[in-house]
Design a binder for this molecule. Sequence first.
Ligand code: C2E
Ligand code: MG
Ligand code: MG
Length: 301
Amino acid sequence: EHQGHEFVVSSSIGVSLYPDDGADIDALLKNADVAMYKAKESGRNSVRFYSGTMRLRSLERLELESGLRHALDREELELHYQPKLCLKTRQIIGVEALVRWEHPDYGNIPPDRFVPLAEECGLITQLGEWVLNTACRQAKKWQDRYGQRISVAVNLSSQQFFQSDVANAVFQALFEASLMPSLLQLELTESILMHDIQETIDTMTQLKDSGIALVMDDFGTGYSSLSYLQRFPLDALKIDRSFVMDLEHNKDDAVICSTIIAMAHHLGLKVVAEGVETHAQLGFMSDHGCDQIQGYLISKP
Ligand code: C2E
Ligand code: MG
Ligand code: MG
């Protein structure tokens, strides 16, 4: 106890054994270190013994991490765009930018694998800014060429949202691309709820006031606190693909989808259904007044 506060110390222990895990002190310490990180990853306050597969994993990880550092300079990243269809007008009204990494040795690495890595190794701000800049420039090109108002949606990791001055980065990207803020949408996930609520609201309000639309991605999968729906200055909710996938066969999923749509509309929010793959799913969304859909039925990214 210190000045009335109680402090609790936990420990994570990695163990390596001579001679199997190393012939000298350096090798043993290094492998014990690898095992200790494993112990931390698996929830802290635990013990892990070193194993050969750990080493392979950590090597692959190290390689990916250093690869990611160079991926930006070497232009190995690209954005693919997936259209969003307005169900009322049956027109494409926007696209979502999805990042891709074409690794010279490993081929195409999906964002689910390298975005978390970028978050862990402190590269998410740089990666996120590249995505923002590239997407804004592309949106501007489409606007100049086709004269249409196709908005572009960019995914923001919650780490990126808090690690840097995200509003500043967004305004900078818009300015450099000469893009109207109303053509940019930002997709956030419910994990931003893990942070200071007032700070979150302040940043969101700053973005929203400039004319940018804010969308809650993967709605229904996260921390399901409904109070934030009124408190956050959101424009739309995206129904997570996991609810859309089986709605033809699973009554519960169908009920969840129609309830999300009704609730969102009562709160003055638009609704986007993601992962729509069949005509039946499109029909369901149309019948229940969902505003927009996105998915392989319309187009892959
Ligand atoms: P998300 O934002 O929820 O994006 C939707 C994901 O579902 C995309 O996967 C998309 O390709 C996929 N998808 C779309 N329609 C269908 C469909 O009809 N069927 C199926 N099976 N899948 C569909 P992707 O591109 O692999 O991205 C995965 C996640 O990675 C994204 O989920 C997003 O959270 C994250 N991500 C992607 N790009 C970025 C980025 O630039 N920055 C950040 N921070 N995260 C990103
Ligand atoms: Mg998204
Ligand atoms: Mg999603």
